[in-house]
Design a protein around this ligand. Structure first.
Ligand code: ADP
Ligand code: ZN
Length: 712
């Protein structure tokens, strides 16, 4: 049975956000918190955590929800989004004028703000001020920062343990995208949550396709990235690099290829970083080349791809980083470039870290993912202890199972070169011997006199690198990390060398092949399809609006919303409201421009008749006053009153009391009864003309009803 609370919540979701239903889990969390219970919400990035605290904030009759958030950029992004949807929200932070901060705290104390974002430092420092505000709930975003077990521990978060004690009876909810059990329990303990409602979502993000390419060189990588950017010209992408230097080099190389790209890493000044971030969020730049310093809390919904130039050290980090793609639920791509060089580097990092055993183990799991020849999503999900029973169909291994060949002879050539050099050389030298290079190092060691010298001239360096990589993955060779990363045959390798065991290898797919495939793969069709065509046009309308309003495009509407719009093709305000992601305020504020574009596209006249009056009605039904409607639509208040008068005449508005006080109505009405000819002139001295027209319209409406009744 649907409770009245649930229908109110669904009403808010539809009015303010334009969404038809809650996602799995959202309503349960909302109802728990609305009834005063603490909660822990663990959902993957893009899962919809924000709604879980925003709807309870709106459901609360009075008071304001305080949202603790670790990053200013994140707070600004969230408040911008809320305000664009017509929800009173604000943020307190140090990048803002102190007067502005004071004004906001005062407004919160007066109950004029429903959601207040604040950094943990500020909340703890201004505890006394917060005690004067009626607080409906605390939401602790990125709650894993409280735990030393998590990957992003922030000591200041631990002081949030006071909240339950200082603000007795105020529910506290913790939200994060990090799932491991240790961190989860730590969050509950540290925040002193009382019997919290716990929600743990599936971590699957089926819309993100997964692919790994082994050993591409820098040139091929950059060309690949360029193709990817070209495939999604209107959308953005992230390139993750291991080091600051790597990020800068990639950035420079991509710029040289003509891409609009910026750099982002912790070695830059905060100003330079903010500038990069702003350019990226507003869509002025298409690509960001970054280190892991980039990304927490980035809520840009139209990141279509994330490419890792280097392999991360563990699956948690990797999953979180690729999770930034496709937050709007539309198809997105995650690509990992993998090389044995990276494995060696990461191994050194892990061994020098404080916890070598754990970190080497985590690295091995990451490596298994990169080297897998089976469904990659199953590997990821099983890492997060989620059961999977079938292949995903949306990873490279599912889509094009690698072609195989009998690689025994190929492997024997490698193994014999390794044996003849007494397992004292690395990959580069082995390839040099096989290809028959007369390089200085090879000649001095006398390797050019080996019988294996030049036996592999028929294959390219890339092919040899790929086959040797596969031999390491399959356990024929191992890398002696402790001995200068030399190649060493294993027992299995020896068997293959002696011909006691045969070996199957996957056919090498060159990067030319990779590039061709990446273009053909799940990319968008060339806009010959009308929906796609309209979608692109709607995006440029959005870009115009974003530019004039100085907002990031995704705050105006997400890609998912524009796509739904392109499919539904609404040609008036009512049908526009049926599009997912179009709430009332946005329908009125931005709707006209989109409707005009759609009408033109479908061959109708550009303007919808009576649109402005309909918008007024929508906002009136949403509970707004004449003044609020005027400011939302950016029109005069007198125009709003003339709309009211017309709507009353059509019987569309009957809640007269919300427009005019009963006393005023009686006085005006009496004046018309007394002296109809001069009433208007006389009343204008004490009433705005709009109100007089409204009163007249009400008189007519009431009279019509009466005569209607009389006739019966
Ligand atoms: P998270 O904070 O968990 O990373 P968000 O709260 O930013 O995710 O939500 C991700 C996207 O999903 C946003 O664009 C949001 O508006 C959208 N979304 C959330 N809940 C719903 C819903 N019930 N229906 C449709 N879209 C939703
Ligand atoms: Zn798969």
């Amino acid at each position: 049975m649907i409770s009245s609370l649930q229908s109110r919540a669904a009403g808010l979701l539809s009015r303010f956000y334009g969404y038809r239903s809650f996602r799995p889990g959202q309503w349960d969390v909302i109802s728990a918190v609305a009834s005063g219970r603490d909660a822990v919400v663990i959902m993957p990035t893009g899962g919809g955590k924000s709604i879980c605290y925003q709807i309870p904030a709106l459901l609360a009759e009075e008071g304001c929800a305080v949202v603790v958030s670790p990053l200013i950029a994140l707070m600004q992004d969230q408040t911008q989004g809320l305000v664009a949807n017509g929800i009173p929200a604000a943020a307190l932070h140090s990048n803002q004028d102190e007067n502005e901060n004071r004004r906001i705290t005062a407004a919160a104390a007066e109950g004029k703000i429903k959601l207040l974002y604040v950094s943990p430092e500020r909340l703890l420092a201004d505890m006394d001020i917060f005690k004067c505000i009626k607080i409906s709930l605390f939401a602790i975003d990125e709650a894993h920062c409280i735990s030393q077990w998590g990957h992003d521990f922030r000591p200041v978060y631990t002081e949030l343990s006071q909240l339950k004690n200082v603000f007795k009876g105020v529910p506290v909810m913790a939200l994060t995208a990090t799932a491991d059990r240790l961190t989860r329990n730590d969050i509950i303990t540290q925040l002193h949550l009382e019997d919290p409602y716990c929600h743990l979502s599936s971590f699957d993000r089926p819309n993100i396709s997964l692919a790994v390419y082994a050993n591409p060189g820098a040139r091929q990588r950059n060309a690949f990235i360029k193709d990817m950017a070209a495939k999604y010209p209107q959308d953005s992408g992230v390139v993750y690099c291991l080091s600051r230097k790597g990020a800068e080099e990639t950035n420079a190389a991509l710029s040289a290829l003509g891409l609009r790209t910026v750099c982002y890493h912790a070695g830059m000044t905060p100003q330079a970083r903010d500038k990069s971030l702003h350019a990226f969020l507003t869509g002025r730049t298409q690509v960001v080349c970054a280190t892991v310093a980039f990304g927490m809390g980035i809520d840009k919904s139209n990141i279509r791809w994330v490419i890792h130039v280097n392999m991360p050290g563990n699956i948690e980090s990797y999953y979180q980083e690729i999770g930034r793609a496709g937050r709007d639920g539309l198809p997105a791509e995650a690509v990992l470039f993998y090389s044995l060089q990276d494995v060696i580097l990461r191994r050194n990092f892990a061994q020098e870290s404080g916890q070598p055993v754990i970190n080497v183990e985590k690295l091995s799991r990451m490596q298994e993912y990169a080297e897998a020849r089976v469904c990659r999503r199953r590997i990821l999900l099983s890492y997060f202890s989620e059961e999977t029973t079938c292949d995903c169909g949306n990873c490279d291994n599912c889509r094009r199972p690698p072609a195989r060949f009998d690689g025994t002879v190929t492997a024997q050539k490698v193994l014999s070169a390794v044996m003849r050099t007494h397992a004292s050389t690395g990959i580069r030298t082995i390839i040099g011997i096989l290809r028959g290079y007369s390089r200085f190092d090879i000649k001095t060691a006398g390797y050019d006199r080996l019988p294996t010298f030049g036996v592999g001239a028929d294959l390219t360096e890339e092919q040899w690198l790929d086959y040797i990589t596969q031999m390491v993955q399959l356990g024929l060779l191992e890398i002696a990390y402790e001995e200068g990363n030399h190649l060493r045959p294993t027992a299995l390798g020896m068997k293959v060398l002696r011909g006691q065991e045969r070996l199957t290898l996957s056919v090498y797919t060159g990067t030319a092949e990779i590039r061709r495939k990446s273009k053909k793969d799940d990319g968008r069709k060339v806009p010959s399809d009308p929906v796609q065509q309209l979608f692109e046009q709607l995006k440029s309308v959005r870009a115009d609006i974003a530019r004039t309003e100085n907002l990031p495009p995704y705050i105006v509407f997400s890609d998912a919303t524009l796509l739904d719009m392109a499919k539904q093709k609404p040609t008036d305000t009512e049908s526009l409201l049926r599009v997912s992601g179009v709430g009332e305020v946005k329908a009125v504020r931005y709707g006209k421009r989109f409707i005009r574009e759609i009408r033109r596209f479908t061959g109708m006249s550009a303007t919808e008749r009576g649109a402005s009056i309909k918008e007024t009605l929508i906002l009136f039904n949403a509970g707004m006053t004449a003044r609020e409607i005027a400011s939302t639509k950016n029109i005069r208040e007198s125009t709003v009153y003339s709309h009211f008068a017309e709507l009353i005449g059509e019987g569309m508005i009957t809640a007269f009391h919300r427009i005019i006080a009963a006393d005023d109505f009686r006085t005006i009405s009496a004046e018309f009864d007394r002296d109809p000819g001069n009433a208007y002139e006389r009343l204008r001295e004490s009433y705005p003309p709009g109100l007089i027209s409204v009163a007249k319209a009400i008189r007519t409406a009431v009279a019509a009803k009466k005569t209607g009744l009389d006739r019966k």
